[in-house]
Ligand binder design. Structure first.
Ligand code: GRF
Length: 306
């Protein structure tokens, strides 16, 4: 059961304990405050007492858990949890992504508008294990308007190539000199009708010429909260080590458009997570990966569907 909760809430074991403590103490506090309020208003025990008590504790509970979540360091989790509950019961509107400027970017994309369900072909560029690539591939498996049509890799034998092969997705290993010429692979992209490029752990800089061919149609995910901890050499565990060394209390992910500089383009979406005092680059990376899996496919879909 605890493992199921960990997976559902995308938290580690330690955070799960803190969350459960918050629920328990917040619940007790709700009961105490509820009783006090009932006494204060001197509501007749025989009449509608129970009904009013239920209403009172329902109203008090969110405040109580939010209050308790602060010393337990779980404010962010409970803010999200309550917002989700609010959405479920129709109290709050649909989730607005942190990418509030998204509509501006959509105009830039020039995709999908008025094109009905025309298929958009995506190329995923990756250099490593490809766990994000796999999540994206899985997410769009049954899509009727988005298809992962090509995997581009710069490292022979990288895990992502095996993933592509298993999924029957065409893949190519690119050559450095040709790639940096900028237009050497545009023929392949045209042939595969690629309309959008998703970088998922791709370590080479994208040449200006390729950006010109795909203006506003190349996005990247960075495992930290840009503009901090980005730039040349900031990838993988180097990022997490720098975040921990700087004593940051929060890290997260940034999904952004790609321009001619490392980790510099307009930000589309960010999500945060806690950095714990005993975190290592590996434990932080694990939490960051969870955020990436949760958000990257969804953000891509949203960008391409509106
Ligand atoms: C991810 O953390 C991503 O943010 C960064 O590179 C990593 C790729 O991991 N750009 P994986 O290969 O998808 O597992």
């Amino acid at each position: 059961m605890f493992q199921r909760l960990q997976q559902k809430w995308k938290v580690n074991g330690f955070q799960l304990i803190l969350i459960l403590c918050t629920f328990a103490i917040g619940g007790s506090l709700t009961g105490i405050v509820g009783k006090k309020l009932m006494n204060l208003f001197q509501i007749d025990q025989r009449g509608l007492w129970l009904l009013i008590y239920i209403i009172v504790v329902t109203l008090v509970w969110p405040f109580a858990v939010m209050l308790i979540s602060v010393p337990f360091g779980q404010y962010q989790f409970f803010a999200g949890y309550l917002a989700k509950m609010g959405r479920r019961i129709g109290l709050t509107g649909k989730r607005v992504q942190q990418d509030t400027e998204k509509s501006k970017y959509n105009d830039n994309l020039g995709l999908c508008h008025g094109q009905g369900k025309e298929m958009i072909h995506i190329a995923i560029f990756a250099s490593g294990a490809g766990s994000n690539a796999k999540k994206i591939i899985d997410h769009f498996k049954n899509s009727d308007h988005i298809n992962i049509s090509l995997v581009v890799c710069n490292k022979p034998g990288a895990g992502v190539s095996a993933i592509a092969a298993n999924e029957n997705i065409p893949s190519i290993v690119i050559d450095k000199d040709q790639f940096f010429r900028g237009d050497a692979y545009t023929g392949v992209f045209m042939e595969k009708k690629i309309g959008f490029i998703v970088l998922a752990g791709f370590l080479w800089k994208i040449p200006d010429k390729l950006i010109e061919v795909f203006p506003g149609k190349i996005i990247n995910i960075h495992p930290a909260l840009l503009p901090g901890f980005g730039g040349k050499g900031m990838y993988g565990n180097y990022v997490h080590e720098a975040v921990i060394a700087a004593g940051e209390k929060e890290s997260g992910i940034t999904i952004h458009f790609v321009d001619g500089h490392y980790d510099n383009g307009d930000i589309i979406f960010q999500a945060k997570c806690h950095v714990y005092e005993n975190d290592t680059a590996a434990t932080l990376a694990e939490r960051i990966h969870m955020l990436e899996y949760e958000h990257y496919p969804r953000v891509i879909e949203k960008l391409l569907s509106e």
